[in-house]
Design a protein around this ligand. Structure first.
Ligand code: UDP
Length: 454
């Protein structure tokens, strides 16, 4: 028999590709051969951003298949993308596996698919290949999705997933409460998109039942209630490049690592790190208000201004600002975030509360200022502020804007709050212990690897 050969297929979004590739880097280190299947669109971005850098382990082969959309179509239209994927990718995946198994000595021994791509688990079942689902976000979010039948029975949502009224719900007393308007499928795009995403979730709840394993990028100690509710979800996180002494790979934008040298020159525990992940787009008013808030906060800051973070040319919004803050503000298009958050100069993380960012901030003992936009970010904010108590949320004014004074006030409140910092350091311990020898995530990952080898 040849090497065990894993085929991994992430959902084509930055926050899914990164942790899946991190998991595959671990497997490659354990001697697995890995075929990593991106969509063609994603693959091009990943290869361009790598710019020839050698940070992917040997034995990982990046392969791509079409996502069903034309090259110029907008991948941020999630409803359209979801439907195109469903029509085209299952057939393409099957063809790819047949091709590999027909020509390669190392036939595919297991498929690890993003939980959002339940059809890939069904392809594996049909082709009699063992299979695992990977969930890159909070177990609490998966618990909410698994609770769709109960939410329907209790009349909390209707058949399209739309909340019947705005109310707070909580699956268990120690889990974050969430407003029904923030249920993940109810706060994405327009009503049509919401229905498509809801139906995808219902379908995935069925598909995931054919998975032999369901692993999750989280930690038991951070979400015990969610893991108790659904013991079939096994935490193996936080998946961080530093756990294997490597660098992150799989970025969609080229990283600007000069900000690490800039951080070296800042006083310890002084810098506000500001980043909104890969999706968030600002309108002009809010973008300028954030810039002015950082200016009047009067502290060093490192701000990730993705080239597409506004609908217009970002520079046009920042006239004069860059000069005024030149001595203490740094802006980059894309930062090596895990390294930034591990840098001793960073004092706090102004974040959109994507799950990866949340786990990365927690793993480094960094307190949060929460600025969620959509999808699961509200749930994660509730974990950060109410359950773990390692951050503060912003208030919006009557027109829905977070004003500059609010930003300045919350920065001051957070940085003078010793209790929050102490909690953040405690949770850093918890998250770090879990991925070390003897920790829960470490044990689960080892058991998973042993199973993959059989
Ligand atoms: N990230 C990064 N550099 C940046 C901004 C983000 O490396 O400048 C990474 C971040 O470390 C995280 C991922 O991109 O791993 C974003 O995932 P997350 O779940 O936080 O947010 P999403 O992009 O899915 O909204």
């Amino acid at each position: 028999m040849g090497k065990p050969h894993v085929l991994a297929i992430p959902y084509p979004a930055q926050g899914h590709v990164l942790p899946m590739l991190e998991l595959m880097q671990c497997l490659a280190k354990h001697g697995f051969k890995v075929t990593f299947v991106n969509t063609e669109f994603t693959q091009e971005r990943v290869i361009n951003a790598l710019a020839g850098k050698d940070c992917i382990e040997n034995h990982i082969h990046l392969i791509s298949i079409p996502d069903g959309l034309k090259p110029w179509e907008d991948r941020n239209e999630l409803g359209k993308l979801t439907e195109a994927i469903f029509q085209v990718m299952p057939g393409k995946l099957e063809e790819l596996i047949e091709k590999i198994n027909g020509s390669d000595n190392d036939k595919i021994t297991c498929i690890i698919a993003d939980q959002l791509l339940g059809w890939a688990l069904e392809v594996a079942e049909k082709m009699q290949i063992k299979r695992a689902a990977f969930w890159p976000a909070a177990a609490a979010l998966l618990a909410l999705k698994f609770s769709i039948p109960a939410l329907l029975d209790d009349g909390i949502i209707n058949d399209s997933g739309t909340p019947t009224k705005n109310q707070m719900i909580q699956l268990s007393p120690t889990m974050p409460a969430i407003s029904t308007s923030h249920l993940v499928w109810a706060c994405i795009g327009d009503l049509t998109t919401q229905k498509i995403i809801f139906e995808l979730n219902v379908r995935n709840n069925r598909s995931v039942q054919v998975a032999d394993w369901l692993i999750c990028n989280s930690t038991y100690e951070l979400e015990p209630a969610a893991f108790r509710l659904f013991p079939n979800i096994l935490p193996i996180g936080p998946l961080l490049a530093r756990n294997r002494l490597g660098n992150s790979a799989g970025y969609f934008w080229p990283e600007d690592s000069t900000c690490l040298e800039w951080l070296d020159q800042q006083p310890a525990n002084s810098v506000i790190y500001v980043a909104f992940g890969s999706f968030t787009v600002f309108n002009q008013i809010q973008f300028q208000e954030l810039a002015l808030g950082l200016e009047i906060a009067n502290r060093p800051f490192l701000w990730v201004v993705r080239p597409d973070i506004t609908n217009k040319n970002n520079d046009a919004y920042l006239q004069g600002f860059k000069e005024r803050v030149a001595t203490r503000g740094r802006m980059v298009g894309w930062a090596p975030q895990q390294k930034v958050l591990g840098h001793p100069s960073v004092a706090c993380f102004l974040s959109h509360c994507g799950w990866n960012s949340t786990m990365e901030g927690l793993s480094n003992g960094i307190p949060f200022l929460c600025w969620p936009y959509f999808a699961d970010q509200f749930l994660n904010q509730n974990y950060i502020c109410e359950v773990w108590k390692v951050g503060l949320r912003f208030n919006h004014d009557e027109s829905g804007i977070i004003k500059q004074e609010e930003i300045k006030d919350k920065v001051e409140q957070l940085l003078s709050n010793k209790t929050i910092k102490a909690r953040a350091l405690d949770l850093k311990e918890v998250a770090t212990k879990s991925v070390k020898e003897g920790g829960c995530s470490h044990n689960n990952l080892n058991n998973f690897i042993e199973w993959l080898k059989t």
